[in-house]
Design a protein around this ligand. Structure first.
Ligand SMILES: CCCCCCCCCCCCC/C=C/[C@@H](O)[C@H](COP(=O)(O)O)NC(=O)CCCCC
Ligand SMILES: Nc1ncnc2c1ncn2[C@@H]1O[C@H](COP(=O)(O)OP(=O)(O)O)[C@@H](O)[C@H]1O
Ligand SMILES: [Ca+2]
Length: 521
């Protein structure tokens, strides 16, 4: 029934409104206009006389570049009973849409991006939730990891149909960690074991973009626009996504859903954290500075290629918002058949025929993109053909090259040219990988890094290869710094169902998609 479409005549024109995209319906007092939203609309005299009864439907209208907007259309009737019947029927249809959230727990990071999270929520999102009769409990975080810890220990999750993150990738990552950790603890799963299968989490996470990069939102929804995201949440969209788990010496470190980057993106992030006062512009400053330092890192990358899939990172196809509305489109994955039938482990069991491959070298960057990582700076992203929920990550190795060539590679992320079509760049679609730096990281060095310090002089003295390049970078894990250089990452999938979006395996889960971007699309 959610696809039932109403064609009604309004002022002589015909409108088709899919029930699944109706946000609200309200009756109008035609004589006086509507008081519902505080604004009075004077109806044209002619139609008022001819049709004394009317109701207004608020619905989703597709705008430019993946944006969604809320529009109103008013329908006029001759009879009051008929008008009420329409309103009642539409309300019943809306109530029957079980994938729509009714109660949401919202966390706002007032500190992320341009520090506009609270304003964005109050002005752009809350009025839409109210219109759609969604009740909310809003928590403005007071410190880093507030949302993670609240979700992990205190939140009464049974009361909610979903949680909403107002912030950037770091805030989203906090919430994924809170929800996933709680689910594993409740089910007795040991996160430290890379081989342990994660138990799916039943709650979805919606993202309202209010951060600096908003890559998770952009890559899933197609745009970083708070109104679009709010509307996806309201209509109950869901998008599974891969979640990689990162371990070090059999100790769980973190989950990652977008970028795991060593070298360029790790160094850039570490430098930019010290310049948070600059807002999102810190990434431009630190990016430029990191580009000039041109550090490379020696080590060994081992990976297990995803041999059971047909797609490759060099495909010209894109997997992102607007293309996959899994939950609402019914026919699970109907619109995503290229992934489903060809790549999805539900339909094709993984087989690791090729075995592990090992590559040693000097790298300017080692990036693992579990999704395209598209963002406003790079609308096609780090790995444009990466899939959102196929249980793989695209491993991009950028070997030591000249500054000029590295700049060409970076600039290609912002143009139509292929960033992988360069002799010093290779890309592999993998299920698992490991990185081991050439020089062993001592515990004391790790402790210092964990406390945010970096002794360059000592690192350089201990590093026989050169006098200016440090031996280790750190990992950029969805915008959070991981000081451990040696890591083990996994992307193995297990079947999941419509409501439980994670899969996991030793190293990767498919996360909740959430509302709207929810894992948005
Ligand atoms: C000289 C022109 C260079 C252009 C390079 C463009 C390459 C862009 C690739 C972008 C990849 C973005 C991956 C996303 C990472 C985010 O998770 C992370 C944290 O986001 P947030 O919490 O919202 O701040 N952001 C970053 O690590 C910054 C990446 C900035 C890239 C310039
Ligand atoms: N109230 C708060 N005060 C300080 N830091 C916070 C607060 N709430 C969340 N954080 C942290 O802020 C960091 C950045 O958040 P995020 O929303 O990703 O913004 P940005 O995109 O600008 O990095 C995250 O690491 C998160 O843990
Ligand atoms: Ca993927």
């Amino acid at each position: 029934m959610s696809w039932l479409t109403f064609f009604i005549t309004s002022h002589g024109t015909s409108h088709g409104v899919s029930v699944s995209e109706i946000l609200a319906v309200r009756e109008l007092d035609v004589d006086c206009g509507t008081k519902d939203d505080g604004r009075w609309q004077k109806m044209p005299q002619k139609s008022t006389e001819a049709y004394p009864y009317a109701f207004t439907v608020s619905y989703v209208e597709r705008a430019w570049q993946h944006r969604w907007r809320c529009s109103d259309v008013t329908f006029h009737c001759l009879e009051g009973a008929l008008c009420q019947q329409w309103v009642q029927t539409i309300r019943e249809q809306l109530t029957a849409l079980t994938s729509r959230p009714k109660h949401l727990l919202v966390y706002i990071n007032p500190y992320g991006g341009k520090q506009q999270g609270e304003r964005i929520y109050e002005q752009k999102v809350a009025p839409l939730f109210t219109l759609a009769s969604i009740s909310t409990h809003v928590i403005v975080t007071e410190h880093a990891n507030h949302a993670r810890d609240h979700l992990r220990t205190e939140a009464e999750l049974k009361k909610y149909d979903g949680v909403v993150c107002v912030g950037g990738d770091g805030m989203f990552s906090e919430m994924v960690h809170g929800l996933v950790s709680r689910t594993q603890r409740d089910n007795g799963v040991d996160q430290n074991s890379p081989e342990e299968k994660l138990v799916p989490c039943t709650l979805r996470i919606g993202i309202i973009p209010a951060g600096s990069t908003d890559c998770i939102c952009y890559a899933t929804v197609g745009i970083n626009d708070p109104v679009t995201s709010a509307l996806h949440i309201i209509v109950g969209d869901a998008q599974p996504m891969d979640v990689c788990s990162v371990h070090h010496n059999n100790t769980f470190l973190r989950y990652s859903v977008s970028l795991l980057g060593y070298g360029f993106y790790g160094d850039m992030l570490a430098d930019s954290e010290r310049k948070r006062w600059m807002g999102p512009a810190r990434y431009d400053f630190s990016g430029f500075k990191t580009f000039l330092t041109h550090h490379y890192y020696e080590g060994t990358v081992s990976f297990l290629p995803a041999t059971d899939i047909l797609g490759t990172p060099r495909d010209k196809t894109r997997c992102r918002a607007g293309y996959v509305l899994l939950q609402r489109t019914m026919g699970l994955y109907k619109n995503h058949h290229h992934v489903l039938q060809k790549h999805h482990p539900l339909f094709l069991l993984p087989e690791y025929k090729g075995g592990w491959r090992v590559i040693r070298g000097k790298f300017l960057a080692i990036n693992a993109a579990s999704m395209s990582c598209a963002c406003p700076r790079s609308p096609k992203g780090l790995s444009p053909a990466a899939h959102l929920a196929d249980g793989t990550t695209d491993l991009i190795l950028v070997r030591k090259c000249s500054r000029f060539n590295f700049l060409r590679h970076l600039l290609r992320h912002t143009s139509k040219y292929d960033q992988f079509d360069m002799t010093f760049v290779e890309v592999h679609r993998v299920r698992r990988f490991r990185f081991t730096p050439r020089y062993c990281q001592s515990d004391s060095e790790l402790d210092l890094r964990e406390n945010g310090k970096r002794l360059f002089s000592q690192i350089c003295r201990d590093h026989p290869a050169c006098s200016c390049s440090p031996a280790y970078s750190s990992w950029n894990c969805d915008g959070e710094i991981l000081p451990h250089a040696a890591i083990e990452v996994g992307c193995v999938t297990t079947p999941y169902n419509l409501l439980c979006k994670y899969t996991v395996h030793s190293e990767s889960i498919q996360t909740p998609s959430l509302f709207p971007h929810f894992f948005t699309l």
